[in-house]
Design a protein around this ligand. Structure first.
Ligand SMILES: [Zn+2]
Length: 301
């Protein structure tokens, strides 16, 4: 499994940019700031299921200036002339000229139910689970047989049970965004680079392979009480509360909890649930920890 001891050849010394961090979260919600030692510091977006251009324009309008950030392994840039060996430094490097994303370590177990994908671990290029199915649950976008309506079989079946039990208790849930392919991520990234240039694109778009949605084990869930949107206010709704208190019984964890941004690299996402299986989910819930902490692979931002 993924253990920090296996990590090598990667410079991951991070600066804690807490000040800009909080400011970004307050102002934009979707942006997270932190620093990547010898990498160009960039902010990052969450995995909001939103219109990318809309998001990008919004960030542009906000005049967001981030001097240090790096959340997903995705936004790192190749740095010509940099030494091969990892170098830890507290001084952010100059923006890279290269347009090729830096390689992120690839997980060895992409098909495992407990695979950990984050800003430091990516899925293989083109990885696509072979058992994606559409769960029989209500979707925010209606009846549509597309990637985003699918999950891997085990997760999909568990999601169905969870939704059914919730409904029996008067909690009406809607699935909004499930599987997201490597190609889709790559296309989004490529378009942003073509439109805005690499330096700006990496600020707002995840590098291909680093979205947990590519595992086929993550589903964004919402409710009519928040207009079927993915918003932080979901936390305070009956549906959001029900999920946060009960999802682990069905093998799902709240992947990006409040107050854990420095560990997950993501802003609080009360709608993003990740299937890891009942046993692990139960332990993570009971201990109030993250997947990173569960595996002992924590690198604070
Ligand atoms: Zn999500």
């Amino acid at each position: 499994m993924i253990k920090k001891g296996l990590i090598c050849g990667v410079s991951l010394s991070l600066l804690a940019g807490c000040t800009s961090f909080d400011r970004l979260l307050e102002e934009d919600g979707a942006l997270v700031g932190s620093a990547h030692a010898n990498k160009t510091a960039v902010p990052q977006m969450t995995d909001y299921d939103m219109d990318w251009n809309e998001f990008f324009n919004k960030a542009e309008d906000a005049g967001t200036e981030i001097t240090s950030a790096e959340d997903e392994p995705e936004e790192s840039a190749n740095e010509e002339g940099q030494p091969e060996e990892p170098t830890d430094t507290d001084e952010p490097a100059e923006p890279a000229e290269s347009v090729e994303p830096e390689a992120i370590p690839v997980v060895a177990n992409p098909g495992a139910m407990n695979v950990m994908v984050n800003k430091f671990w990516s899925l293989p290029e083109g990885y696509r689970p072979g058992d994606l199915i559409k769960p029989n649950v209500p979707f925010s976008f209606g009846d549509e047989n597309s990637d985003r309506s699918k999950l891997r079989a085990e997760a999909a079946e568990s999601l169905e049970v969870m939704f059914q039990v919730a409904k029996g208790e008067g909690i009406e849930l809607y699935a909004r965004s499930g599987f997201r392919s490597y190609e889709t991520q790559a296309s989004i990234f490529k378009n942003e680079v073509a439109t805005f240039g690499y330096e700006k694109a990496v600020l707002y778009v995840a590098l291909p392979g680093t979205s947990e949605h590519q595992t086929g084990l993550a589903m964004d869930i919402t409710a009519k009480s928040v207009g079927l949107e993915l918003v932080e206010a979901f936390e305070g709704t009956a549906e959001g509360k029900w999920l946060s208190e009960n999802a682990h019984h069905y093998g799902f964890i709240l992947r990006y909890p409040k107050g854990k941004t420095n560990i997950t690299g993501y802003a609080f996402e009360p709608w993003h649930f990740r299937y890891v299986g009942v046993e692990i989910a139960g332990e993570i819930y009971a201990k109030g920890i993250t997947l990173e902490e569960y595996f002992g692979d924590v690198r604070e931002f």
